[in-house]
Ligand binder design. Structure first.
Ligand code: SAH
Length: 220
């Protein structure tokens, strides 16, 4: 049971972080409001609590990372999240990105392949939001039983676009996926038109931990 609390100090630190994001082209008010609301320190171990509101990625268990706040804000803003959107996230990790989506009123389905992280995220997210469902499976296969989705967000680096995921996107939907090698990736925004036509746009360089699975990197 997580008994740690939010505090005025943390709220002040979040307000500073939001200001910084705003100077960095994050201007969707709903994204900024969610970043001001979600207690990122609760998704980290106590050792990293002091750095929770620095704009940096930080280690979580199992050699994984919680994404940099800027990256979370950027992916979320690009997807134009609206209340009621049915969103598939691949790579629950700490659960922080899922919390930001849930705070914005999305209906979140988040998949993680590592059981320990899945369970930890469940403990904290179940205390904060009702509109998040967590799944333990290979996210490169998506969630066929829950498809289709309005939006898909992948928070681990893929070698190529996982076609299975695109098939689970609604016509008129959007997906955002970092694609590249293990060192550096391009953020790719994919749109599926109402006529089912796929278009792609490159949105700059990012660095993520690998997406490991059937349609991702193979574990060695
Ligand atoms: N969104 C997370 C970022 C976590 S890092 C956060 O806010 O903290 C990426 C996560 O993707 C890791 O936890 C990793 O275990 C997970 N992952 C990698 N390959 C996966 C796959 N095939 N299916 C589901 N999760 C995967």
């Amino acid at each position: 049971m997580n008994t740690r609390k939010d505090s005025y100090k943390h709220q002040g630190q979040r307000a500073q972080l939001v200001k910084l994001l705003n100077t960095n082209k994050i201007n969707d008010k709903n994204v900024l409001m969610a970043m001001a609301n979600v207690p990122r320190h609760l998704f980290l171990s106590k050792d990293f609590e002091d750095r929770a509101y620095d704009d940096v990625a930080l280690p979580i268990d199992e050699d994984q990372t919680i994404s940099q706040p800027y990256t979370v804000a950027f992916q979320t803003q690009t997807l134009e999240i609206k209340p009621g959107d049915k969103v598939l996230e691949i790579g629950t990790g700490s659960g922080y990105q899922a919390a930001v989506l849930a705070d914005m009123g999305a209906d979140v389905y988040s998949v993680e392949r590592i059981e320990k992280l899945h369970k930890q995220a469940k403990v904290i997210l179940s205390q904060l939001y009702k509109n998040v469902k967590l799944f333990l499976s290979d996210g490169t296969m998506g969630l066929p039983d829950k498809a289709p989705f309005d939006k898909i967000i992948v928070t681990a680096a893929a070698p190529k676009i996982p076609e299975t995921l695109l098939a689970q996107l609604k016509p008129g939907g959007m997906a955002i996926i970092p694609i590249g090698d293990l060192k550096l990736q391009k953020m790719i925004l994919i749109k599926k038109s109402v006529e089912n036509i796929i278009t792609q746009k490159e949105l700059g360089d990012f660095r993520f931990v690998p997406l490991i699975g059937k349609d991702g990197w193979q574990k060695n």
